[in-house]
Design a binder for this molecule. Structure first.
Ligand SMILES: [Zn+2]
Length: 233
């Protein structure tokens, strides 16, 4: 592992190396790479960052945690939601919305850059075949209610806590998660392609689980992370 780390240029920062993917700086945490991958992609979701950092101190897998503090990232002087750049169409929609006066040349240049970099980004974030990808998010004005219509199956055991819920792309993971006392939705449809990681994973048949919790609810988020850890292989 150390040799591989050295070859990747991570050697001096073995425990907490940094890496830039698609122009976005991430901190990487792992002590045993294992098969599972973990992600915090929105910089303003401090609770998710804190839970992930604590969890990774004694679990296998590789966690990528965005180092910026804003929700949007700036790539080549253009603002974009980092969870919308997993497809060209999604990135374009996000960039147009966040940079209303952008000219077409600049837009194409950024989209081409993101196309070029996407393979490397996915090489890092996507798990090997026997693994899963687990992303942590926090919300301020969003809840499972917003996802019900787009979901194949839903299990709402905590209707009074709609902001705390799992979203997964694999029916087998849903079968396990819906046995939990928590809110869970399954989304297997890759369309409409909004450029998010969940749509990409649905398209590629990758086990992806997203845990949303209200910002600030550290204990609630950690409790759900631990439930998943103990029940989902
Ligand atoms: Zn988020």
């Amino acid at each position: 592992m150390r040799r591989r780390s050295f070859l990747l240029g991570w050697f001096p920062f073995f425990h907490r190396p940094k890496i830039e993917l698609s122009g976005i700086p991430f901190r990487v945490i792992y002590h045993d790479r294992g098969s599972h991958r973990y992600l915090v992609i929105h910089g303003d979701e401090d609770t998710a960052r804190d839970v992930m950092t604590k969890y990774m101190s004694d679990h296998k897998g590789v966690a990528y945690i965005v180092t910026g503090k804003q929700r949007e990232v700036v790539i080549r002087a253009v603002k974009v939601d980092p969870n919308r750049l997993f497809s060209r169409a999604g990135a374009e929609f996000s960039i147009r919305g966040l940079n209303t006066d952008i000219d077409v040349e600049r837009l194409i240049e950024v989209l081409d850059y993101l196309d070029d970099e996407r393979g490397k980004l996915l090489h890092h974030l996507l798990p090997p075949r026997d693994g899963r990808l687990f992303a942590l998010h926090n919300n301020r004005d969003y809840s499972v209610q917003d996802e019900l219509a787009a979901s194949n199956r839903t299990s709402i055991k905590q209707p009074a806590l709609p902001r705390n819920f799992f979203l997964c792309t694999d029916p087998r993971d849903y079968e396990t998660l819906q046995q939990s006392p928590y809110n869970v939705v399954l989304q297997t449809d890759p369309e409409p392609d909004d450029g998010s990681l969940s749509r990409l994973c649905a398209r590629r048949g990758i086990r992806y689980i997203n845990l949303e919790c209200a910002i600030g609810e550290y204990d609630a988020q950690m409790e759900r992370v631990q439930w998943l850890d103990q029940h989902l292989p």
